[in-house]
Every structure is written in C-alpha cells, then in structure tokens.
Design a protein around this ligand. Structure first.
Ligand code: SIN
Length: 355
C-alpha cells in the first residue's frame, strides 16, 4: 500500500472510532415510516403560526437531515400522509402489519415512525400492545412546521434515528422521542398545544434523554409491552376492532352521550371522569343502563396525574378501573380486550396487568 493511501486509511479508521461512526455497510438498517403530521407540514412563511400539516414526503424529510446517513442505513416508507387527528384504527392495523413484516423478514433493525403529535401517544400505545418484536420502534414528530422558524422536526428525527439505531433501545417497548426526551409508550401524553416542549409522562417522568445522538436511560418502562403483551397484530388481521368510545364528565354532565352510545350499539365506554373517576348523577344512571345492556365500562379520569385505582366511589362489580392509563389509552386496551375476552372479570384482570 502506498504511504499516502495507508495514512488515509489509518486516519479514517481513527476518525470513525473517535466519532463512533461505523463504516456505512455496518451501520444499523433503519426504516423511517412516515404518516404525516406537522413534521411534514408547511406554512406560507417561516413566521406564520398557521400551516398545512402532512404535505412533505418521507424522501424530503430524510433529505432535510443528511446526518442520518452517518448513523444508519436509512430507508423511507410512506404509509399515509395525514394530520394525526385523522388517524384511524384501520391505519394502525396497516402500520403494525408493515412493521411486523419488516422485522419478520429481517429487512431492518429498527423503525422510526414520523407522526402528528396530536394522537402520537395513542398510536405508540397501540403498537406497544400488538408488536411481537424486541427491535426498537420510535415515534417522533414536530410542533413546528418544516419551514417554521426554529423547526424542531429535523432534530427530533435525528434523535429518533439515533435511538432506533442504538442497541440500548432493544427490548424497551415502543418509545417516543420529542425535544430530547425519551418516553415509554404507555406513559406519555401531550400536555401543551403549541410549545416544542409538548410531552410529559405525568406520573412517571421520561425514561431517558438523548444527547449528541446518544441515549441515556434513567429506568425501564413497565414490563408488559410488545413480546410480553397478550395481543399480537398477527391475530388482528381480519378483525374490525370493537367500537369503544370515551365520555367526558363535568359539572352538570347529562346522560345524552351515554344513551346515544347505547342506542348505537357501542361495545365499550371509557368514562373520563372527574377526580378519582367520578361522574355526574345523570352519567351514573345511564352508565348503569349501559352495563345492564352488556356494554363494558371502564372508569378513568380527566385529571393528568394519579390515575384511577381502588377505593373509587360507588364502584360496582361490573365496572373496571383504568389504573394509570389515560382515558384515550384505556380505550385502546378495552378495544383489544374485547377481541379476546367477554367477561368483566377477564377484562378487569387484564387492566390490572397493564395499568
Ligand atoms: C397532527 O397531529 O397531525 C398535527 C399536530 C402536530 O403534528 O403537531
């Protein structure tokens, strides 16, 4: 080998080891599955507050962050392009099926899902419950559109890819990365409508942070996720998920929503109650009727912290408590529960394990 070439090779090896950059072919294979949201949004000017979400393709998102290629071998897959208030259970099933087949066929080592922030926590929790894999699945998004001043999407995407590519992310269930924090799917929720610091795990705190592309974990998430879950996307292929709705209680809440749901043949109702899962007298009466009609009822709370556990006022044997799950997450668990179980005891036992 010529002296100059030898020097070049040695310098490259030294630089790669200092910067912890792997040769391209040895980098983990990460697939970015794009679903839309503000991360793919465009506003008419960088200072304009309003914008159109879900406009950019996955290829453009990837081009905006060339450094992704220093971390991983990147592939893009456009699953859909929607604002996440339009997310549906049908899209969830398609998303989970695509992830399942990518991992099962050995086509990638980790997955990043770009997603609107409004329902990111719901999609993350659904995936956490149905994906039978230990490989990292990381959700991320943005609070500011791609061309907004101080757009947060590129940094969030970079962090998510770094996390998905890191061996420390293996076996921790589905996670989300937003604004340098790492959250466990079951625990996090959106707590700000517009600020880039928009997510928290109110009862548990984040499970880690990511700095300079390196994750630092403070703790493990609760253990019932992915390979430890009782549900699998493979059993949900031909199934329309049971209809479960959420009803909010407040001072003077009437029986109208619950009565309408009974008339519409809903299979489950989660009450986002006040305080420790309480609700108005009118809701109480209509919920009693719902139970007599065979509707499964879970009592949750609209309050951010504390959950709904034992010692709930006037809790009947035919009701289940949400534990530390938010009403929107309790709804997902109840939908899945009703694909398998048909007694209150079975569903109650399940909630006891997952809360
Ligand atoms: C959405 O959830 O799609 C819009 C809001 C966002 O992504 O921040």
């Amino acid at each position: 080998m010529k002296k100059s070439l030898k020097k070049y090779v040695l310098t490259t090896i030294l630089l790669c080891s200092v910067l912890q950059i792997l040769p391209a072919e040895n980098r983990p294979r990460i697939t970015i599955i794009a679903t839309g949201g503000t991360i793919a949004g465009i506003s008419s000017s960088p200072t304009e507050a309003s914008y159109d979400p879900a406009r950019l393709s996955v290829e453009v998102l990837m081009e905006q962050v060339p450094a992704l290629n220093d971390v991983a071998q990147i592939n893009g897959f456009q699953l859909c392009n929607v604002a996440s208030q339009h997310m549906t259970t049908a899209i969830w099933i398609r998303l989970a099926s695509v992830i399942d087949s990518l991992f099962s066929n050995g086509q990638c080592d980790g997955i990043v899902v770009t997603h609107g922030t409004d329902t990111m926590e719901e999609t993350a929790f659904f995936l956490d419950l149905v994906l039978p894999h230990q490989n990292p699945v990381i959700l991320t998004g943005a609070m500011r559109p791609s061309n907004g001043l101080g757009a947060d999407g590129p940094a969030n995407l970079f962090n998510a890819v770094c996390l998905a590519a890191d061996s420390a992310a293996h076996g921790r269930g589905v996670m989300a990365v937003m604004n340098d924090y790492i959250f466990a799917a079951a625990e996090f929720t959106k707590t700000h409508t517009v600020n880039p610091q928009a997510f928290e795990s109110p009862d548990h705190g984040p499970i880690g942070v990511i700095r300079g592309g390196k994750p630092v974990f403070f703790r493990s998430p609760r253990p019932v996720h992915t390979v430890h879950s009782r549900f699998s996307i493979r059993q949900l292929q031909q199934i329309v998920l049971p209809r479960v709705e959420v009803v909010l209680s407040y001072a003077g809440a009437s029986s109208i929503p619950v009565e309408a749901l009974i008339e519409n043949g809903v299979e489950g109702i989660v009450v986002a109650g006040v305080g420790h899962g309480n609700y108005s007298l009118d809701i109480e009466k209509s919920i009693d009727r719902a139970v007599r009609c065979g509707v499964f009822v879970v009592r949750g709370s609209r309050v951010l912290r504390g959950g709904v556990t034992f010692g709930v006022e006037s809790l009947s044997d035919s009701q289940i408590v949400s534990g530390f799950l938010s009403p929107q997450k309790a709804r997902i668990l109840l939908m899945l529960a009703l694909t398998r179980y048909n007694t209150v005891e079975q569903v109650g036992e399940l909630f006891g394990r997952y809360r």
